[in-house]
Design a protein around this ligand. Structure first.
Ligand code: GLA
Length: 694
């Protein structure tokens, strides 16, 4: 951390981020890129020139956190209305607190020139991950409410004058995580969620390059937002060749009445820079997530079995016990009962909200089933969907007002369910009490937390503040409920699911150790989905089940190999599997147990992207570079086909390695530069262990 007359420079292992006060006193961006040797290497904060009466200095100044004020028309981070109707904020620098410590940083204090409104910009450097973290706190020091209409986390500035390409992830339910790369042209590119969750459709992640980067080389500026509700990303190229990316809570239908004495803190945005391509950008995020975000980032995930696809809602002790016996014999370590176990839940039209064991299916509670699962040597997990309520439930009959709704409108049901207003503290308390009881009375090791619909009629009758606070208070309530349960039951591993990958972000991953990536488990589609997911999230977060959805045309071994590239699970109907299939599964699960620490904790290299190639490959290398594992997959390629070589990555070039299936011992440099060739038929795959031998 450098502080001098030019301002502040946050330095990480190889990058630097500089800003300071220009001669006019505005907090402006100076630099974001490779770390340089001298403090004076970083450019000084300058005043911007004006350009005719249409483009004054205010419009051209690269402010770190521009508020809407004055003759500036770029997309600002902040928009407020004061109680007298004034609708801009003129922020003046007051002071800075430089913070030493493991994540050094600085808090910059700004205040409105006239109104008792203070903004603190928080900056932290995560040195070993080459990441900068930013968020803002907005405080009302007066005696009148202030309305926040936009309160974003950060504006990230790209070097001036560049021509850039934006990479982002898009999709839909059953088809998430497609990578799109597009040239940024003058104007605004907007990505967002208005669905009250992160959404399947876009993820709050960006990677910007100069149009020439690939997996291994090229400058990348990348970032994320840690927020699990409505969010917005805008990438703006101004008329003066300045490119900025904004990230924050979505301002669409957003308002927050900031009461006297209150502070509103935005979620954090993290961003980084690398010269080593998209692969290195992903690995920075993977390491940061494993080391600092996940509750149990360095605990190996168990191989799980989930009975949903086998028994759907028809769960009881005999049906689950039969599956559990087969699962245990295959080497499964965690048995998860999905939907259908709670009161009145026989189909998707009843029961949500009544979180106690169904009296008909489990007359003696869950104890006998849990005991059986434990006797078989497995841990026990359970599915819940706490934010939801079926109108046919005791909860809804008692509290119809707890569902999100507009009083004069029809309540739109999707999957026969409505969303509870988790902004309300009574709803939060109900969920904490009933789920705490469930977790306290039963030996539950794992919870799959689902969320199976998006919002409609987002009303809040009787809200104390502005009803549009719902968007944020819902997420804050969710974090409180989940956080309280986590704190009371710290051994439990949680999974975030929302009809597949509808809620995966660095906010929810502070609570959940893993995420259900997609409801689409068809193995060839899954290859592309997993490749997209890996742009942002590490393999231990990526829960991947082997199911029957691509059987029989895709071999069991191929389906296993796909799932073994993440946190392996099985979801097929084991009673329908042949003995030979179950024996094969046992062999593959045993193999996974040998390689999983490299997969879950190693460095990931996307050697050939499954999003674009019918012959794809991914590898993982342990942090000490002693072990690795290579996965290669061929889907359909018309024969005759010659598969191109695979060039390994991440090995020590000077050290000697063997790769399973090859007789020669070669240097890391040779495996990486001369490569290797595997022979695969259509829908055939291979897993090869890589070992350092000298
Ligand atoms: C969602 C999930 C599935 C399953 C069902 C249960 O669709 O994505 O995995 O849990 O709900 O109703």
């Amino acid at each position: 951390m450098i502080t001098n007359s030019h301002g502040w420079v946050l330095e990480t292992r190889s990058t630097a981020y500089a800003f300071g006060l220009n001669p006019s006193g505005r907090l402006v961006h100076r630099y974001w890129g490779a770390r340089m040797p001298l403090a004076d290497d970083y450019p000084a904060p300058l005043d911007s020139p004006g350009w005719a009466s249409f483009n004054g200095p205010a419009h051209l100044t690269p402010e770190e956190y521009p508020a809407y004020a004055g003759p500036s028309y770029i997309d600002p981070c902040l928009k407020v209305t004061f109680s007298d109707g004034v609708r801009d904020a003129v922020l003046i620098f007051k002071s800075a607190d430089v913070l030493p410590g493991p994540n050094p940083g600085v808090d910059i204090h700004l205040e409105d020139a006239v109104y008792p409104f203070a903004v603190t910009l928080h900056y932290r450097a995560h040195e070993e991950y080459d990441l900068i973290e930013r968020w803002a706190s907005l405080s009302n020091h007066g005696d009148q409410p202030i309305t926040l209409e936009r309160a974003w986390s950060a504006q990230w500035h790209l070097p001036l004058g560049g021509s850039y390409r934006l990479s982002h992830l898009a999709g839909r339910w059953l088809d998430e995580w497609h990578i799109h790369r597009e040239v940024l042209a003058p104007g605004l590119k907007v990505l967002e969620s208005r669905r009250i969750t992160t959404s399947h459709h876009h993820n709050p992640w960006f990677a910007v390059d100069r149009g020439n980067a690939d997996e291994d080389q090229g400058e990348i500026w990348f970032g994320v937002l840690g927020w699990s509700g409505n969010w917005k990303l805008t990438a703006e190229v101004t008329d003066f060749a300045s490119t900025r990316v904004n990230l924050g809570i979505n301002d669409w239908d957003f308002a927050w009445r900031l009461q006297p004495g209150e502070t509103f803190a935005t979620p954090a945005s993290l961003a980084g820079y690398t010269q080593s391509g998209f692969g290195a950008a992903s690995r920075c995020l993977h390491d940061f997530t494993r080391d600092t975000v996940l509750p149990h980032g360095h605990i190996l995930h168990k191989v799980l079995y989930n009975s949903w696809e086998a028994t759907t809602f028809n769960v009881d002790v005999p049906s689950q016990s039969r599956l559990a016996e087969l699962a245990a014999a295959m080497g499964i370590e965690l048995f998860v009962v999905d939907d259908g176990w709670f009161e009145g839940r026989n189909l998707d039209d009843a029961g949500l909200g009544d979180w106690w064991p169904d009296r008909a299916k489990f007359p003696d509670g869950l104890g006998p089933l849990i005991n059986r699962v434990n006797q078989l040597g497995m841990e026990f997990g359970l599915w819940i969907e706490p934010e939801m309520v079926n109108p046919d439930s005791d909860l809804y009959r008692a509290h119809p007002d707890w569902a999100i709704h507009f009083p004069t409108r029809q309540r739109t049901e999707m999957r026969n369910q409505l969303i509870l207003n988790l902004g309300r503290s009574d709803v939060q308390d109900y969920l904490i009490d009933i789920l705490d009881k469930l977790l306290s009375e039963n030996a539950i090791d794992f919870i799959k937390w689902d969320m199976n619909r998006n919002v409609s009629e987002p009303g809040w009758e009787g809200a104390e503040g502005d009803p549009r606070e719902l968007w944020v208070r819902f997420v804050q309530g969710l974090y409180r409920v989940w956080g309280t349960l986590r704190a009371r039951h710290p051994h439990v591993i949680w999974q975030s699911c929302s009809g597949g990958g509808g809620r995966v972000d660095l906010g929810i991953l502070r609570l959940a150790d893993q995420a259900w990536v997609s409801d689409n488990t068809e193995a060839t589609a899954r290859l592309g989905i997993q490749d997209g997911f890996s742009q942002v999230f590490p393999a231990n977060v990526m829960e991947a089940w082997v199911t029957d959805s691509s059987a029989p045309h895709i071999p069991l071994e191929f389906r296993f190999h796909v799932s073994m590239a993440g946190s392996l699970g099985v979801g097929g109907h084991l009673l329908h599997w042949s003995e030979a299939d179950r024996a094969d599964a046992a062999r593959l699960i045993a193999l996974y147990k040998q390689i999983r620490s490299v997969v879950q904790f190693g460095d990931q290299y996307r050697l050939r992207s499954a999003q674009h190639e019918p012959f794809s490959a991914v590898s993982y290398v342990s942090k000490d570079r002693r072990e690795g594992v290579l996965f290669a997959f061929r889907t359909h390629i018309p024969d005759p086909a010659i598969l191109p070589p695979l060039y390994l990555r991440g090995l020590d070039p000077q050290a000697l390695y063997t790769v399973e299936g090859f007789d020669d011992t070669r240097s890391g440099a040779s495996w990486m530069n001369a490569g290797l060739t595997v022979q695969l038929r259509d829908f055939q795959s291979t897993v090869r262990k890589i070992k350092r031998v000298g």
